[in-house]
Write a protein that binds this ligand. Sequence first.
Ligand code: XBP
Ligand code: MG
Length: 238
Amino acid sequence: MLRALIWDVDGTIAETELDGHRVAFNLAFKEFGLCWRWGRARYLELLQVTGGRERLLHDLAQRPPSQVPAGAVERERLVRALHQRKNQLYAQRVARGEVRARPGVLALMAQARAAGLQQAIATTTSRGNVQALMSSLLGERWRAGFAAVVCGEDVERKKPDPQVYHQALAQLGVAAHEALALEDSAPGLAAAVAAGVPVLLTRSAAGAVGPMPAALAEGGDLEGEFHGPAGAWPGGAQ
Ligand code: XBP
Ligand code: MG
């Protein structure tokens, strides 16, 4: 029996990546006097690396030595400062209402609550970003509607590692097969599947490309039709 919905954040609840985090990163680079800019195509490549700080470290490792601080400590310090500033700039954009929920998300959250399902968040993003987005979408009291909120700071290994799902399931007190995950990306899908949680894949602008047979069902926005081995869902599920 289905007892809980577990929500990914970036790409699933809102299209936060290309016009949210990416733009905030570029603003932070500019403020720090760096000539770096991440275009949309480059950012789509970089999304294979989950976590903003990890993404930045990965990008730095590919830059010519003249563009990055020589020492590992200095590099780490720069990445930390850039990531912190990026998150401030991202939160400001969100607070100005520049990031909206994807179609069908708020309706499904309300339906799940009315049906007595528990809800949780299992994300790679920082807690401050989750707080900024969810309070912008649902109001300051949003946290009361979620039995568990597991974020990037809570795990040692980010998605595609299943740790974030293991923690969410433990806090919800449900078995993996009693939950349904909503994910938009390959690393998110892999994390949920590795924890044994079935996934409804809601493809986003920055998320999954190509066939994703590990998903229980897949589609675009949540208000549309989903398809899986059992047929179309929710319209014509067998
Ligand atoms: C997606 C991510 C995040 C965001 C940035 O997370 O990889 O890292 O791009 O957030 P999910 P931070 O889809 O699991 O929500 O900069 O705070 O890491
Ligand atoms: Mg995602």
